[in-house]
Design a protein around this ligand. Structure first.
Ligand SMILES: O=C(O)C(=O)Cc1ccccc1
Length: 272
């Protein structure tokens, strides 16, 4: 049986690239393409896929909010991560004037300056993925796409400009979703979501204190609306260490006493 790995499609997305990097050396894999991140993660939950690879955050634009929200809601766990340098290109047929620039919202957001400076008259439109944009640019000459150079090749397009992201160093962190938390490797991360029991002075501080006291290094903290009302948040926290490490276990036990809700999203090998 082949290991089924789900990614955002069609062929040529950055998610596909992340999946190929992560699964390198795995004996028998097959990529399955989905039209959105919900589809990927739901298929993991339902057992239709072994793994799903989705972007969680980007060094320029921050959280991919829909993925963060889905991880909290669905019954899947993070089993891995892979950081992928993202070098966007403007791709198109290169024969007529570009009237519309298409891409995934994350990609358009990462290239705002380039578009404003070089194509001030062009309209921008969002698509389901960067490669979906490239596929459309293959059909319509007045459209160009922001996508990976690999997508240009795949859809027979020309690379009209390279490295069009606003900051050269542009990295997206993808996570691998599965159903079972892998064992500790000694170089792991744990991802949590916390909801504070009650809004009071020092509530978040008292949670963070449990990590600080044990010298547990945090690598990310981000808040997302809980959807219960303004000012009510979930805190997404990543830390160094595996949930099976006694120090982390101990901190989690204390935090569970203090917080209203703690969900461990996963413990997985760190990609550094
Ligand atoms: O559309 C893609 O290629 C994706 O995989 C989503 C995405 C978009 C922009 C940066 C990183 C990932």
């Amino acid at each position: 049986m082949k290991t089924r790995i789900g990614v955002l499609g069609p062929e040529g997305t950055y998610s596909e690239k992340a999946a190929l990097i992560w699964s390198e050396g795995m004996p028998s894999t097959v990529l399955v393409y989905f039209k959105d991140f919900d589809g990927v993660l739901q298929a993991v939950e339902e057992g239709e896929l072994d793994y799903g690879i989705v972007p969680l955050e980007n060094s320029l634009e921050g959280a991919v909010t829909v993925v963060n929200d889905l991880l909290l809601r669905l019954n899947v766990v993070i089993v891995g991560e892979v950081n992928v340098p993202v070098r966007h290109c403007l791709v198109g047929q290169g024969e007529s004037e570009i009237k519309i620039i298409l891409s995934h919202p994350q990609a358009l957001a990462q290239c705002r300056q380039f578009i404003r400076e070089h194509y001030p008259g062009a309209e921008t439109r969002t698509t389901g993925s960067t490669s979906h944009a490239a596929r459309l640019a293959q059909e319509f000459g007045e459209m160009a796409a922001i996508a990976d150079a690999g997508a240009a090749e795949r859809y027979g397009l020309r690379v009209l400009a390279r490295d069009v992201q606003d900051v050269r160093e542009n990295v997206t962190r993808f996570i691998v979703a599965g159903r079972q938390i892998p064992g500790a490797t000694g170089k792991d991360k744990t991802s949590l979501v916390i909801h504070l029991a009650k809004d009071r002075p020092g509530a978040l501080y008292s949670i963070l204190q449990e990590f600080a006291q044990r010298s547990i290094n945090l690598t990310r903290i981000e808040s997302r609306p809980s959807r219960r009302g303004l000012g009510d948040y979930y805190f997404y926290i990543d830390l160094e260490g595996h949930q099976d490490n006694s120090v982390v276990l101990d901190a989690l036990e204390k935090i569970r006493e203090k917080a209203g809700m703690v969900k461990v999203l996963g413990s997985y090998p760190r990609d550094s």
